[in-house]
Design a protein around this ligand. Structure first.
Ligand SMILES: [Zn+2]
Ligand SMILES: [Zn+2]
Length: 101
């Protein structure tokens, strides 16, 4: 354990751009990954609801993200988003077709 780390002289941490913070919201679990509206809590107040009242998005069981492969896809009527890597767009762009490993 050293008190003076020579590698500590890097550039200061800067706030990331807007796109990155939106991606953070998508993965944070407090916002709808599809439309970024804050999710209300459920009746037990232990977890957020698994449904977005704003856009109708909900987690898709058994569907996988086209980019990261996680089963963490939310989909609304028109759009979809991945809670794992924050990929979002039309369903075709986010949901891996059936049979994809
Ligand atoms: Zn939504
Ligand atoms: Zn993903």
């Amino acid at each position: 354990m050293s008190e003076h780390d020579p590698d500590d002289a890097g550039p200061p941490h800067r706030p990331q751009n807007r796109q990155t913070s939106a991606s953070k919201l998508r993965r944070g679990g407090r916002h709808c990954p599809v439309c970024l509206e804050p999710l209300p809590k459920n009746a037990g107040r232990t977890r957020r609801v698994r449904y977005c009242p704003a856009c109708g998005a909900h987690p898709s069981q058994g569907k996988h993200c086209l980019r990261c492969g996680a089963e963490a896809v939310w989909e609304s009527r028109q759009r979809a988003a991945c809670r794992s890597c924050a990929l979002h767009g039309s369903k075709r762009e986010v949901i891996a077709p059936p049979g994809t490993p």
